[in-house]
Design a protein around this ligand. Structure first.
Ligand code: SF4
Ligand code: SF4
Ligand code: SF4
Length: 223
């Protein structure tokens, strides 16, 4: 059963990585269809370790106190009996009809038509933070050093353009993250064979982040 409209109540509103180049090309649109990339977070496999977050921080040079992504630990049971969590990926969803793009006064926040990824054109950004306020998922931040808005770009600049998959995907020890062109066999076959949902808020378009719902049992350390 596909549960793309399934709703969840969310309570939030020295590591070296090796991987071989696997992306031969940042794809071109076939028959005029726009290229889109997709990320899948398999919450059943995820154990909440946040190694992905640490890897993202290092590879994308995210300043201390900021983040392009995180895995929220949402308790599903009362504290006295609880050891079940919902691990929820918090990162840019590369939305269609993205408000972060429409509010930007300079065009610095834009969708790259060659790959569909929502990006920030650094020289154009004036640091007004309009895009940060407009994102309903609160996944953008203003870099305190460069004074430029930043967020997950699917590692386009740090990895994809060099032929590597996003570092969070490569670093995950649980293989809980899957990435590829949305029309690829790897993504489409996964979507056909798993339950999944998309977390979409009002007044923003379809996300390109899919999630397999998986409350996760965690063993108590001090039981
Ligand atoms: S590295 Fe993988 S298992 Fe760990 S929190 Fe991230 S997605 Fe989950
Ligand atoms: S999640 Fe936020 S920053 Fe990312 S495309 Fe959507 S509105 Fe923009
Ligand atoms: S795709 Fe890259 S930028 Fe986005 S969360 Fe993963 S590691 Fe960070």
């Amino acid at each position: 059963m596909t549960c793309s409209r399934r709703k969840f109540v969310l309570g939030m509103g020295s590591v070296i990585f090796f991987s071989a180049p696997v992306f031969s090309a940042l794809g071109k649109a076939e028959k005029g269809a726009p290229v889109r990339y997709a990320m899948i977070h398999d919450e059943v496999k995820c154990n909440g370790c946040n190694i992905c977050t640490v890897a993202c921080h290092k590879v994308n040079k995210v300043p201390t106190g900021a983040a392009r992504m995180s895995i929220a630990h949402i308790a599903m049971t009362p504290p006295e009996s609880g050891n079940t969590y919902h691990f929820f990926r918090h990162s840019c969803q590369q939305c269609e009809d993205a408000p972060c793009i429409t509010v930007c006064p300079t065009g610095a926040s834009y969708r790259d038509d060659s790959n569909g990824i929502v990006r920030v054109d650094k020289p154009k950004c004036i640091g007004c933070s309009y895009c940060i306020s407009a994102c309903p998922y609160q996944v953008r931040y203003l870099n305190p050093v460069t004074h430029v808005a930043d967020k997950c770009d699917f590692c386009l600049e740090s990895r994809l353009m060099k032929g590597f998959t996003p570092i969070c995907v490569s670093a995950c020890p649980q293989n809980a993250l899957i990435f590829g062109r949305e029309d690829s066999d790897v993504v489409q076959n996964w979507l056909k064979t798993h339950d999944y949902y998309e977390y979409q808020l009002p007044n923003v378009g379809k996300p390109h982040l899919y999630r397999r719902p998986g409350p996760h049992e965690v063993k108590k350390v001090n039981a």
